[in-house]
Design a protein around this ligand. Structure first.
Ligand code: G1P
Length: 285
């Protein structure tokens, strides 16, 4: 079954980015000249996703305004002869069909996904954690779709991380079934000690709708929140779950240093900035 819908949890407080996130949603912080969330929305569009479901909360209306039409601005740009800019502005609303769901209280990732149940209904869907920006030749969710097409079940994106960093992620225990593909035998959210491996879950998932049932019976875990990782663990009793070691460079743009690195890397990819930026960086003390 084709994966047509994607859920983007965006209701968090953005605590790692306070104080700026007091007034600006984390998802709207700019990486060069586009908000962070647009990178994953474009990844979804490039992978054939048709409907984007964004789970928001209070103070996040900037996201809805950004991906909406703005006829007054468009008319103004046309009048000034700025056709290219007008096209760019208008295209934002055409990247996909947008649906917004409100999470009234921030109760964790699992709870955010639960809120999308009535829109996703009974079909497999993708989940994007937009903090994770992944620069790759083939969009990562497309790579996951290929594994899903071949093996079925749910599919998680994983990357090897240093053992010292495993406590920051969901970590899987898996059996290799094909190059870069693991059948998941167990998974733990942010293991404090004895991680089952160093294969960490990065923010891309393809989930079967059975996850909604699993979420309903998952008790709050790490941080007192209903964790998606725990619900996927419950899924293992009835369904296969696979992990795909994707090809690409991932930036944790939800972290200050990762955000700066993402800005640097994406600026360096732009011809108009590359030379000057390199010279500037070399001169820095
Ligand atoms: C979330 C997930 C975690 C995953 C991580 C990837 O954690 O709970 O399993 O490894 O995203 O970025 P968070 O970073 O939101 O605490």
């Amino acid at each position: 079954m084709k994966v047509r819908k994607a859920v983007f949890p965006a209701a968090g407080f953005g605590t790692r980015f306070l104080p700026i996130t007091k007034a600006i949603p984390k998802e709207m912080l700019p990486i060069v000249d586009k908000p962070l969330i647009q990178y994953s929305i474009e990844e979804a569009r490039d992978s054939g996703i048709e409907q984007i479901i964004i789970v928001t909360s209070r103070g996040k209306t900037a996201i809805e305004d950004y991906f909406d039409r703005d006829p007054e601005l468009e008319a103004f740009l046309l009048e000034k002869g700025k056709e290219e800019l007008e096209k760019r502005v208008k295209q934002l609303s055409e990247l996909a069909e947008y649906v917004y769901v409100r999470q009234k209280i921030a109760q964790g990732l699992g709870d955010a996904i639960m809120h999308s149940e009535k829109v996703v209904c009974d079909e497999p869907f993708a989940v994007f954690l937009s903090d994770d920006i992944i620069d790759s030749r083939v969009p990562v969710i497309r790579q996951l779709m290929d594994v899903y097409g071949q093996f079925g079940g749910s599919v998680l994106a994983v990357e090897r991380v240093p053992r010292s960093k495993t406590s920051m992620y969901g970590v899987i225990k898996g059996e290799k079934v094909a190059p870069g593909v693991y059948r998941v035998e167990d998974l733990v959210e942010k293991p404090k000690e004895k991680p089952p491996s160093n294969l960490a879950i990065m923010g891309r998932y393809i989930l079967t709708p059975t996850i909604f049932e699993a979420l309903k019976t998952t008790t709050p875990g790490r941080g007192g929140e209903v964790q998606l990782t725990d619900a996927i663990r419950n899924l293992l009793a009835t369904e296969e779950v696979y992990a795909c070691q994707f090809e690409g460079t991932r930036y944790d743009a939800g972290d200050k240093l990762g955000f700066i690195k993402a800005n640097m890397a994406f600026s360096m990819k732009r011809k108009e900035f590359r030379g000057e930026l390199r010279r500037f960086l070399k001169k820095l003390p």
